[in-house]
Design a protein around this ligand. Structure first.
Ligand code: ADP
Length: 283
C-alpha cells in the first residue's frame, strides 16, 4: 500500500517552545486517520505543516509522493484543506466562492462549471448556490468548505476539527459525507478532540499530547493494548478506574467483590486510554 502522508521525526518550535515533538507517522492511501488530542496538543500545527502552510523546524514530510518543503506546489495540487476558521468569503455567493477557488487552481471553465455543479450537489447546497455565504448556517458553511476543497480533485483531504461547534445532527451529517468521500478513494486526515468522531470515522488513530504521539493504532488495537474492560469504583466525587484485558475479566473481578457499592463495569474507550496515558481528560 502506498503512503499518502509520511512524517519522519518532525519537530516544530514556536518562540523557543517545542509544540510538535519528534512526530513520525505514515498514513496509507485510502485510510481515514484521526489525530486526537486536547487543545494545544499540536494537531493544527501538524496539519499546517503537512499542508505547506508552515514549515517544520526539523524532519521530513512527504505527501502523495512530494516533499512539502521542496515541492510545495505539487503538494498543494494533490491536497484539499478545510481549516478550523471558516475561510469562505461571506459576502460572495456559494457559487462565487467555488468559482474563485476553481480559478485559483487554474481549472478550465468547462471543468470548473461541471465540478462546481457536482460538488454542490454532493454536499446538498445546489439550491443555495445564489445565496451569500453569510446567510448560511454553520453546518452549511462547513459543507461548502468541503465542496470547495474537493473541486480540484485532491487525493488527500485534510480536515482540522471538521465538526467543532456543530450540533449533533449536523455533525452526523458531516460524518456521512466524510465517510462517503473515503469510500470513493480519498485519503483523509482529520484532527479532533471528539472521541466519538474518531470512534465513528477513523480506521486508525494517533493520540497527540503536548506535541508527542503517545499512542497509535486501530481502536481495537489500542483497546487490546490497554485493556478492553474497565471496572469503575466511585470514591466520593471521583471514579477510580482499573483496566482488565477483557470485559469478562472485569465482570469476574466485580463478582468477586464482597461490597459492590459504587462499582460498575463497562467496555473501555479512547477517553479512558487517554486518561490512563496522561492522567488528564481530553477536554
Ligand atoms: P491543537 O490544534 O492541538 O489545539 P495547536 O497546534 O493549535 O494545538 O497549538 C499547539 C501549541 O502551539 C499551542 O501551545 C499553541 O499556543 C502554539 N502555537 C500554535 N500556533 C502558534 C503560532 N503561530 N505562534 C506561536 N505559538 C503557536
Amino acid at each position: 500500500m502506498v503512503a499518502a502522508v509520511c512524517l519522519q521525526n518532525v519537530h516544530k518550535v514556536y518562540n523557543g517552545t517545542l509544540v510538535v515533538n519528534d512526530l513520525s507517522l505514515t498514513i496509507k492511501a485510502g485510510e481515514i486517520f484521526g489525530l486526537l488530542g486536547p487543545n494545544g496538543a499540536g494537531k493544527s500545527t501538524t496539519i499546517r505543516m503537512v499542508t505547506t502552510l508552515t514549515q517544520a523546524s526539523q524532519g521530513t514530510i512527504v505527501v502523495a509522493g512530494y516533499d512539502v518543503s521542496r515541492q510545495p506546489l505539487e503538494v498543494r495540487r494533490q491536497i484539499g484543506v478545510v481549516l478550523q476558521q471558516t475561510s469562505v468569503d461571506g459576502d460572495l455567493t456559494v457559487w462565487e466562492n467555488m468559482e474563485l477557488h476553481g480559478r485559483m487552481h487554474h481549472l478550465r471553465p468547462s471543468e470548473r462549471q461541471q465540478g462546481i455543479e457536482t460538488w454542490l450537489q454532493y454536499v446538498e447546497l445546489s439550491d443555495r448556490r445564489h445565496d451569500r455565504v453569510k446567510t448560511l448556517s454553520g453546518g452549511m458553511k462547513r459543507r461548502l468548505q468541503i465542496a470547495r476543497a474537493l473541486l480540484h480533485q485532491p487525493q488527500v483531504l485534510f480536515l482540522d476539527e471538521p465538526t467543532v461547534g456543530l450540533d449533533p445532527q449536523t455533525r452526523r451529517r458531516l460524518w456521512e459525507i466524510i465517510q462517503r468521500l473515503n469510500q470513493q478513494g480519498i485519503t483523509i486526515l482529520l484532527t479532533t478532540h471528539y472521541m466519538e468522531e474518531v470512534e465513528y470515522l477513523c480506521d486508525r488513530i494517533g493520540i497527540l499530547d503536548q506535541g508527542r504521539l503517545i499512542a497509535m493504532g486501530t481502536l481495537e488495537e489500542l483497546r487490546q493494548r490497554h485493556g478492553e474492560g474497565i471496572a469503575m469504583t466511585q470514591r466520593g466525587d471521583r471514579w477510580d478506574y482499573r483496566f482488565f484485558p477483557t470485559l469478562a475479566l472485569a465482570n469476574a473481578y466485580l463478582e468477586d467483590q464482597p461490597d459492590k457499592t459504587g462499582m460498575m463495569v463497562r467496555p473501555s474507550n479512547l477517553e479512558d486510554i487517554f486518561v490512563e496515558l496522561t492522567g488528564r481528560n481530553l477536554d
